[in-house]
Structure formats: C-alpha cells, structure tokens
Design a protein around this ligand. Structure first.
Ligand code: PEP
Ligand code: MN
Length: 350
C-alpha cells in the first residue's frame, strides 16, 4: 500500500514546454501569474525522441526559474531524469519535480531519481509511461515511496499508439481510473497538451479531463508558440489559455439533493450490474458443460464459424438497440476469450 500526501496548489500548472531564454520564461511567467496560476512549469532538460532537436537550455535555465519565483511568487516545476538533474534542481530551489513519460518507462532511471531524492521531502509528479502499462506507472510511485517521498501526484499525458490518429497520445481514460483504484488518495492531474498534440484540441481534452474528475490541469503555454523550440504545435498563447480557462466548466461536489435525485437510477444500475454478473456466471457454467463434451468427443475448443456468427448477431442486435458496434464486438471478444480460457483450464485438470 503506497502512502501519499496531497500536493498543494497543483490544480493548475502552466508554462512553456521548454525554458528557451530568460525573456521567454519571464514573459510567459508574468502573464500566467496575472491569470492566477500558482505553479509554473518549464522543461530545462528535454528528452527528445530523435537526436538533433533542442535538448533544453540546461542548468543556466534554472536561474531563470529562480527569477520567476522572486518576480511572481509562483512555485516552479521542472523535469528530472537522472541524479545530476535532481541535484542541480534541488540546489536551485525548484519547488516540485516531475518525471517525464520516457523516464517512467525505465525502472533504472526512476530508481536513480528516487535514490537521489532520499532524505528530501520535495513533491514529485510522475507522468504516465509512454506505453500503456499501468504497472510501470505504479512501480515509479513504489520506488519513490521506497525512498521516503510522500507528496506525489500522477500526470496523465496519454499513451503512444501506432494507430492513433485523432490525438498525439491516446488518453485511455480507463488507465488513470484504475490507477486511482490501485493507489487510493493519489492526485491525478491531466496534461491535455501532450495528449492533443495540437493547440486547438487542448480545450476539448481539458474539459474531458474535468468531466473525468481530474485533480488538476498541466498545460503548455508559450508567448509565441509557432516559434517554440519544442512542441510548437500544441502550446497555447497566454490569450488562448485565458480564453480556455474562462470557458471550462468546473464541476461542484454533489449535494444531498443531487444524491437523492440519482439514488433510484443508481439503485437500478446496481441491480443491472448484479444481474450481469449472474448472467455471466450462468453463461460460463454452460460453457463448461460444452467444454466437457468437446473434450470427451475430441472436438476443438474454438469453433470459428460459431464465434463469427454470434459476434455478428450480437453486434447487429446491439446496433438496433443503439449501442456502439465496436464496443459490442470488444465485449463479446472478452467474454469469448474467457470462455476459451475456462475450457482450456478444464481440459488441463482432466
Ligand atoms: C513535457 O511535459 O514537456 C514533456 C517532455 O512531457 P512528456 O514526458 O509527457 O512527453
Ligand atoms: Mn512538451
């Protein structure tokens, strides 16, 4: 069980992808401080997928972040990927550190960062690993917790996928939902900028994140995005950021009257869910009986014609009932895979 403590003021973090120059950093920070942002982000060391791109201004940029603190009173956060980064960031008085998506994929790198943090109590944000693997994300929190770090939060920034075309990184909302279940009490902040990959889609994803009850937003803002040295397509101008913040719908906590209204619906949903489980159990009992017959009579477990036919019938029925076709196919695929697993298990116990 990982024990975490809340990080203050992380409901809104904004700033450029990279700290590029003193002027760019301060111009951006001043405009965000005026808009009430309490934590300023800027990458000092930039992990680039391909070499030859801007890799960050490095240690001199820490001085610019120090100036942001004194000039605006905002707290500052930057990415660290190794012990040398941690040491320099701590020395410069950076308030919050974040571990980037590429680093979270590497247990060696995360362990190195965790070891370098031992004995400090600085808050750490952990971006999801670039690949959709929840265990790696959880592993990073375990390594940090093992080094005594308590104030931790997750940043959901989307997952790499070869086929994804709509977003730069696919949100896979179910993964942060499962993360919250596995680490109760952990704050999960959403980074719609990296998910979207294009500035015009950032507000839409930010709203989706609020609808999913995110604990905060982590947004890239640059005074002149088209000239940015990294992630130039996805950064908002300070004016676009202000426009977005004005339009986002921030949800309130449900009050007794809301709960009273939803109660009959929820109770009906609980009944349906229980019935679904009962139906599934019945289904697998029947599958078990057929499995035994197939075994005794030397028949293959998988009968592809039957599988295809049922999948088509169910998808068609789902369509008639207004359900999503892909969802029904996927659901049946999952149920069928479990039937096969049960039948194989049975065979092995005979
Ligand atoms: C960033 O926040 O600029 C960054 C490098 O993010 P990620 O690690 O999510 O790609
Ligand atoms: Mn970026």
């Amino acid at each position: 069980m990982i024990e975490t403590e809340k990080i203050e003021n992380c409901s809104l973090i904004a700033g450029p992808c990279s700290a590029e120059s003193r002027t760019q950093v301060l111009e951006c920070a001043v405009s965000l401080a005026k808009q009430g942002v309490k934590v300023f982000r800027a990458g000092v060391w930039k992990p680039r997928t391909r070499p030859g791109n801007f890799e960050g201004a490095g240690e001199p940029a820490l001085e610019w972040l120090k100036e942001v603190k004194t000039q605006t009173g905002m707290k500052v956060t930057t990415e660290v990927a190794n012990a040398r980064h941690v040491e320099a960031a701590l020395k410069a008085g950076i308030d919050i550190l974040w571990i980037g998506a590429r680093t979270t994929t590497s247990p060696f790198a995360v362990q190195e960062v965790a070891d370098a943090l031992r004995g400090t109590d600085i808050p750490v944000l952990v971006k999801n690993p670039i690949n959709a693997e929840l265990e790696l994300w959880i592993g990073a929190f375990e390594r940090l917790a093992g080094a005594g770090i308590k104030r931790m939060a997750a940043i959901h920034r989307g997952f790499s996928s070869y086929y994804e075309r709509v977003y730069r990184y696919s949100p896979e909302w179910q993964i942060p939902i499962e993360l919250r279940r596995r680490i109760p009490g952990l704050q999960v902040i959403c980074d719609p900028s990296h998910m979207a990959g294009r500035s015009e889609m950032v507000p839409h994803l930010a709203q989706m994140a609020l609808d999913m009850k995110t604990d905060g937003l982590f947004i890239e803002v640059h005074p002149n995005p088209s000239q940015a040295l990294s992630d130039n397509m996805q950064q908002l101008t300070p004016a676009q950021f202000s426009d977005m913040m004005g339009k986002l719908v921030f949800h309130r906590e449900p009050e007794p009257a809301d709960i009273k209204f939803m109660e009959p619906y929820r109770s009906r949903l609980s009944d349906i869910d229980l019935q679904l489980i009962q139906d599934l159990a019945d289904r697998f009992h029947v599958t078990g009986s057929i499995g035994e017959y197939k075994n005794l009579h030397n028949l293959a477990i998988l009968q592809p014609e039957r599988y295809n036919a049922i999948s088509d019938i169910l998808t068609q029925k789902g369509k008639e009932l207004g359900l999503d076709e892909d969802f029904i196919r996927l659901l049946f695929e999952t149920i069928h895979a479990e039937s096969i697993r049960c039948q194989i298990n049975k065979k092995n116990t005979i």
